[in-house]
Design a protein around this ligand. Sequence first.
Ligand code: MF3
Ligand code: CO
Ligand code: CO
Length: 261
Amino acid sequence: MIYSKEDFEGLRVAGRAAAETLDFITDYVCAGISTYDLDKLVAEHTKKQGGICAPLNYCGYPKHCCISVNDVICHGIPNKNEHLNDGDIVNIDVTTIIDGYYGDTSRTYLVGNVSDRAKELVDVTYESMMKAISICRPGQKLSEIGKVIQEMGEAHGFSIVRDFCGHGTGKIFHDAPNVLHYYEPKDDKVILKEGMVFTIEPMINTGTWEMYIEENDWTARTADGGLSAQFEHTLGITKNGVEIFTKSHMGYTKPPYNKKK
Ligand code: MF3
Ligand code: CO
Ligand code: CO
């Protein structure tokens, strides 16, 4: 799908709203809060902006966002009985619909005192996403995105999740193409074009990339219990490069997003 200049205007509005919800939630991410309460805050903030939470009722998904703690790779379901603990890493993934346009973005937050290896994981995951975004432009191979992320992750001894990927988006939540976060030679033939809109959302693990799905049919966890981090931006290919729709306008550019004093 190719999006127009007017579509890009709409995507800017939705993307900015999603990013502002992640900015807003930052101060609440601390030891003791439940993932249920974080979800409630996401729902309230999205509504206040005139947005709709895309995850709610999507394929039967029961909550407003995904909150994935430690060994949860993605699709953690907010829960009253799940409270954050000192040393956790926690990804919050929000998708805001405004005027039919989707802004899909996530960040991994550090709760209190996090181990050096966990910090390295979060940092490398963020940097790999940003490096992959930086090489996006018309004429670039889709496969380069995964190549850049895989090279950076594996250079630090981490593994790249293979069962979930980025995706085309815009006016449809999940659209073609699949945006893999590891190198896939078949995607050498897929060339980026002006007007394409998709997400890049690498999930990177300290141990194995293998996973299992919980009884709830959603939540993916690492097979070995190792940590998993993720970041996500929604972006559009421009005439000469790329535009990030979901960037923070409040200076929350890179982790750690520490609680403000
Ligand atoms: N936001 C997720 C993504 O990045 C999708 C969540 S679907 C849900 O694609 F149903 F689990 F919310
Ligand atoms: Co996504
Ligand atoms: Co998402």
